[in-house]
Structure formats: structure tokens, C-alpha cells
Design a protein around this ligand. Sequence first.
Ligand SMILES: Nc1ncnc2c1ncn2[C@@H]1O[C@H](COP(=O)(O)OP(=O)(O)O)[C@@H](O)[C@H]1O
Ligand code: SF4
Ligand SMILES: [Mg+2]
Length: 365
Amino acid sequence: MSVSQFTPGSTDPLTLHPADCGRGHACQFCPQEADCALDKSHHEQQLLQHRLARIGQIILVMANKGGVGKSTLTANLAAGLAREGYRVGVADADIHGPNQSRFFNLVGQRVHLTPGGLETRQCHHDRLAQPIRVGSLAFLMDRDDTPIVWRDAYKHDFMHHLIGSFDWGELDFLLIDMPPGTGNELITLADLLEHQDVAALITTTPQEVALMDSLKAVRFCQERGLPLIGVVENMAGVTCPHCGGEFHLFPRAHLAQALAQLEVQSIAQIPLSPALATASDSGQPLLLDAPDSPEAQAFQPAVHACIAHARQIQQQAATNALLTVMQTAGDDSLAGLDPRDLPDGIHPDDLAELMQQEQARLNRR
Ligand SMILES: Nc1ncnc2c1ncn2[C@@H]1O[C@H](COP(=O)(O)OP(=O)(O)O)[C@@H](O)[C@H]1O
Ligand code: SF4
Ligand SMILES: [Mg+2]
């Protein structure tokens, strides 16, 4: 692994802990690693905590199978969320097939190492108030066609670098494009993100073989207690480019039945579409370039489900904080309030403001 530039000597932007060097990158990238006497595991831990403290909702896009549309969904979801004005990052966790550089037209780009960390590459677009930040192993390789042959320990380290060494800045959403399987990468990330607001989105295609694997991913989430936002059905139907007629290449009945058995919701159905394939290959997410197309519209329920999930979590956190403030002050007027009972219209920001007002009121007593 190599990085194209290192700029030593600038002021370190991260002030993490007095016993820490405050550098925004992992020790593995550090020019002082050989002589450094600091506790390196402590540094890596501080680095991760610093990054995660600035990231809101994390969403793992997973399937347990390759080629079913995880990366397609991740890229379009990122575009949809960014179009709504959210600050979005995409972490490409697929070590053996890092594709997000392709989906965002960033192929061939390399990252620079600064004292603040590895710079993310950015996707700018007229329809976006702020760019989508992308972090991928593809930006760290000398060549795009180098195969990765890493043992598990190295993969484990890379998952830490992906979250900790890239300079994600402040994000509302970090989408993680997962590799197939429920192996090392997934376990490492699930452990690493244990105390964060993390949820999963599973994608599947209707074929039996894809479904078998996707259901394993559902079970993984259920066993780990990982909130599951829902399942996105990809390649669900085709529109004939000649006659406009719609048909299903693969029967859907079994998929619907299997999801119902697992009590999981199908939240979006994405058609098999030449426009989508071309957009992905050319690095122009359809949700940015053709947001009114039927394919782009098909992603919208998934975008809205992610926003709704994040809002619910924020609302719950704000309510819990408010209750703690009230209870600490001996005020039980809100005792017994369940965050889920709050009227739909309450926005987390309003609740946060309410909390501040309440704190000020208590301070005036
Ligand atoms: N609904 C779709 N219509 C057309 N092509 C698709 C669709 N979903 C995915 N593809 C294409 O299939 C290939 C595999 O999709 P990808 O998102 O990379 O899958 P995964 O990340 O699960 O391996 C890509 O070339 C992608 O452009
Ligand atoms: S080796 Fe690690 S702890 Fe030491 S200065 Fe470099 S980044 Fe910091
Ligand atoms: Mg992929």
C-alpha cells in the first residue's frame, strides 16, 4: 500500500488526548513509526473515537452475496441522501473488489496523506450543496488492477483504517459498501461500531441462490441485534426497451414469502435496467443525473427509510437526554414518556432546542 504524498510538519488538527500524538492517520502510515515510543494501540483507539464522534447514522449495505447490487444501492442511496441536503460519506469496505471509485467517476484518483488523515475523494455535482466523500482501498493502490491477497489480520487492520484514517469530517450519514459474506470484514466492523448508531440495509435479487445468501445476512443482523432498516429488492422486474411492457425475469413469490417469515420489510424494488447499468459504469449515479427517471424514483423509498430511521434514533436520543436532565433535576413531569409516543411532526432539532430551554429553565430555579 502506498500514499502519494505526506506533508509533515504542519499543525496537527486533531487534539485527541495529551498522551496521544494527535495525528489523524494510523501508525502504519506514519513516517515516525520506527522511533515512536507512544502507545500505538491507544493512538488507534483515540483516532477511531474522534472520527466516530463526528459521524451520525452509519448504514451497512450488505447482501452476503456478490453481484446483487450492494455497490449500486450504496452509490444511489448516497446520491439520494446528499440531494436531500445531508452530508454523506461512502466507505468502500470491499477489499477484493473496491468499486466505489467507478460508481462516482473517481477511477485512477489517489489520496494524499495529511496530518488530519487520508483525504477522502469527493463527488461534486450541480444538484448537491456539498460533495459526497468517498474512501476506498482503490485510492491507496499503486495500480487499479492489483489483486489483493491479504490474510485476515491485514483485512482487520484495513477496516480500522477505513473508518479511522480517512478524514471523514462531519457526516450525517456514512454508508458502508460491504463485501459479500459474513466473514472477517463484517465481524470487524460490527465490533468496531458496536456503540454507534449503526443499522443495516440488505439487498437481494429474487433468484433462489441470491435469496439463500441474503437471508443469512438478515439472520446475522437479527442475531447481532443490528437494526435492519429493510430489504431492497434489486433486479425486480424489467421494462422492455422496445414495447415498454413490464415482466419479471425471476419469480418474486418465494422472496415475498421468505421475507414475511423473517418479519422483514421489502422497502424498495429496483428494476433491472440498462439505464442503471450504464449510469453506474460511467460514474454518474442516476439519482443525480436523472432524478425523475423511473429507476431513480425506485430508490427513493430506501432513501426515505434511511432518513426516517436516523430521525427516529436522534429523536430517541434527544428525548432520553431530556428525561435525564429532568430526572436529575427532580422534575418528573415527563416521567414515563416513551420517545415513540412523540407526535410524528416533532423534529429532533426542535427536541434538542426544547432540551436546551428546559436546561435553562432548570438552571434559573
Ligand atoms: N438493477 C440493475 N440494473 C442493471 N444493472 C445492474 C442493476 N443492479 C446492478 N447492476 C449491475 O450489476 C453489476 C453488479 O452490481 P454491483 O452493485 O456491483 O453488485 P455487488 O456490489 O453486490 O457486487 C454492476 O455492473 C451493476 O452496474
Ligand atoms: S507512530 Fe502512531 S502514535 Fe507514533 S507519532 Fe506516528 S501516528 Fe502517532
Ligand atoms: Mg460491490
